[in-house]
Design a binder for this molecule. Structure first.
Ligand SMILES: *Cc1c(COP(=O)(O)O)cnc(C)c1O
Length: 457
C-alpha cells in the first residue's frame, strides 16, 4: 500500500498494523490516553475506523430555494421553458444533439425501445446485472429478452457474450452501465454496426461516465437516464432520452405528449393532431427547475467522486481478497453511483461475506451485497409475460418453456458476481475527503488482519 496518509490515519494505521510503538504515540496523542483502541476491529469492541459520519444523498442547496419558489409562484407547472432548457443543457453535457425529458428512467427506456420499432419476435440482447426496469420496455413490445453474461471483473455485459447470442432475429442491444461504470461501448458499437443493430444504453446509474472523453448515452441510438432520488442527478423522479437523430427525437416528443404533432404546444388539447399512439410522460416544470439546480453541481461532484474513487482503488488494490471492479481501457470518468469491489472470502480466512459486511458496518462504513442472488431471467414477471395470449401467438411453446428459457439464458459470470460483490453507496460518501477514503482503507485492512478472530467470534 502507498504511504500517502494523513497524520490522523497514520496514527490509526500505525496502531492497526503495529508499526512503531503505541506507547510512544500514546504519550503524544491523547486519543490513545483515552483508551482508543483502533487496532481492534469495531465488531469485536474496538473503535470504528470512521466515526464522523458521511455525506447524505441526495443533497439540496438552500441557496436554490428562491429559484424553486419563484417557479412555483409563477404557476406554470406543466412542461414549458425550463423543461426545454433542462433538455438543452443535458444534451450538451452528454454531447448529443437532442434530449427529451420524461417522467422517469423506466419510461425513458420503454419509449426509446418502442420508437425504434422493436416488435414481437424481435430479440433484444440485454445485460443481466440489473433489475426489472431495464427490460420492461422489451416485454411491453412483446419482444424476447436475451441475456448475455457479464464479465465478473468489470460487472458489464461482455461483448463476446453478445456476439454469441446474435441471431437473424436480433434487433437491438441494451447494455446497462451498472454501478455507474461504463460498459465496453466501443466494442459494443462495433458489433452493432457489423450486424445492423440498434443500441439503447441504460445510463440510469451512469451520469457523466465516459470513455476516451465520450459520455455514455452518446454512443447508441438512445441513452436513457434516470433522475430518481438515489441517482447522482437527483430530482425525485425524472428521466431523459439523449439522441443525435432528429426524426427519432420528434417521434419520441410526439409519443410523450399524447402522440400529438410535435408542433402542438404541451397543454393544448388537439387530438386531431395525433399521428401516433402516444402516451403522456412529460416532465413537469418544477422537476426541470430542480434538475437545473442539481445540474450546476454535477460536474464538480463527479470530479470529486472520481478523485476519491481512484484514490481508494489505488489504496486497496493490494489488500488480498479485495479486487476493485475494473474499468475498461479508455474509461476516464465513472459516475460512482456505487463503488463496487469483489470479495474473496478465501483470502479472509473463510470469513463469510455476510460477516465481513457486518464488520465493515461496525467500522462505520455502510455497504451492501448489491443485487440479491436472483437472476433476472428467472424472475416471475418474465414467466408471466410468456403466459399471455400475445406471446403464445408469436412464439413457439419451446421458446416459451420457462425452464428451457432459464437454462438458455444462464449467466455464470452473473452468479459469481452475486456471490462476491460488495457495494459501497458512494453517491454521497465520495463527496467526502481523502481522510474519509483512508478510513475505508483502514477498515478493510483491519478486517483483513483480524479475519480469523472475527470469523470465530
Ligand atoms: C434507476 C434505474 C432504472 C429506472 O429508473 P427510474 O427513474 O427509477 O424509473 C433503470 N435502470 C437502472 C439500471 C436503474 O438504476
Amino acid at each position: 500500500m502507498k504511504t500517502n496518509w494523513t497524520r490522523r490515519n497514520f496514527i490509526k494505521a500505525s496502531s492497526a498494523t503495529a508499526i512503531g510503538s503505541v506507547a510512544a504515540l500514546a504519550a503524544n496523542h491523547s486519543i490513545f490516553a483515552l483508551g482508543d483502541n483502533v487496532s481492534e476491529p469495531a465488531i469485536l469492541g474496538g473503535s470504528p475506523a470512521h466515526s464522523s459520519g458521511w455525506q447524505n444523498w441526495p443533497q439540496w442547496d438552500a441557496a436554490d430555494d428562491p429559484f424553486i419558489a419563484d417557479v412555483m409562484h409563477k404557476l406554470v407547472w406543466s412542461r414549458s421553458k425550463l423543461v426545454t432548457q433542462f433538455e438543452e443543457e443535458w444534451a450538451q453535457m452528454i454531447g448529443t444533439n437532442h434530449c427529451l425529458a420524461v417522467v422517469n428512467g423506466t419510461n425513458a427506456l420503454s419509449a426509446a425501445l418502442m420508437q425504434l420499432d422493436i416488435n414481437p419476435t424481435d430479440e433484444v440482447i440485454i445485460a443481466p446485472y440489473t433489475f426489472s426496469a431495464s427490460l420492461l420496455g422489451v416485454l411491453y413490445q412483446k419482444a424476447m429478452p436475451i441475456f448475455a453474461d457479464i464479465d465478473p471483473l468489470t460487472y458489464q455485459i461482455n461483448p463476446e457474450a453478445i456476439r454469441a447470442k446474435i441471431t437473424p432475429r436480433t434487433k437491438a442491444i441494451l447494455p446497462v452501465h451498472i454501478c455507474g461504470f461504463p460498459s465496453d461501448m466501443e466494442n459494443i458499437m462495433k458489433i452493432a454496426k457489423e450486424h445492423n443493430l440498434f443500441v439503447v444504453e441504460d445510463c440510469c446509474q451512469a451520469h457523466l461516465a465516459s470513455i476516451h472523453g465520450k459520455k455514455v448515452g452518446s454512443f447508441g441510438n438512445a441513452g436513457c437516464f434516470s433522475f430518481q432520488t438515489s441517482k447522482v442527478l437527483p430530482i425525485g423522479e425524472g428521466g431523459g432520452i439523449t439522441t443525435d437523430d432528429a426524426d427519432y427525437k420528434n417521434r419520441l416528443y410526439s409519443y410523450h405528449n399524447y402522440g400529438y404533432d410535435p408542433k402542438v404546444a404541451p397543454g393544448a388539447y388537439n387530438s386531431i393532431a395525433a399521428f401516433l399512439v402516444g402516451n403522456k410522460i412529460r416532465m413537469a416544470e418544477y422537476q426541470a427547475a430542480i434538475g437545473l439546480c442539481q445540474l450546476k453541481k454535477l460536474e464538480t461532484q463527479n470530479r470529486l467522486r472520481n478523485e476519491n474513487g481512484d484514490y481508494l482503488t489505488s489504496q486497496i488494490k493490494d489488500i488480498p481478497g479485495i479486487t476493485p471492479v475494473k474499468k475498461y481501457d479508455g474509461v476516464d470518468s465513472v459516475s460512482y453511483y456505487m463503488y463496487p469491489f469483489i470479495y474473496d472470502e478465501n483470502e479472509f480466512k473463510g470469513l463469510p461475506r455476510e460477516k465481513f459486511l457486518q464488520a465493515l458496518q461496525a467500522e462505520g462504513i455502510p455497504a451492501s451485497a448489491g443485487y440479491p442472488n436472483c437472476p433476472i431471467y428467472t424472475q416471475e414477471f418474465i414467466h408471466e409475460a410468456f403466459k399471455s395470449d400475445v406471446y403464445q401467438k408469436f412464439y413457439s411453446p419451446e421458446e416459451l418453456d420457462f425452464n428451457v428459457y432459464k437454462e438458455k439464458n444462464h449467466c455464470p459470470g452473473l452468479i459469481q458476481t452475486f456471490e462476491t460483490s460488495i457495494w459501497i453507496n458512494s453517491s454521497g460518501m465520495f463527496l467526502g475527503s481523502k481522510d474519509d477514503m483512508s478510513d475505508i482503507v483502514l477498515a478493510l485492512d483491519k478486517i483483513h488482519k483480524n479475519a480469523e478472530k472475527i470469523k470465530n467470534a
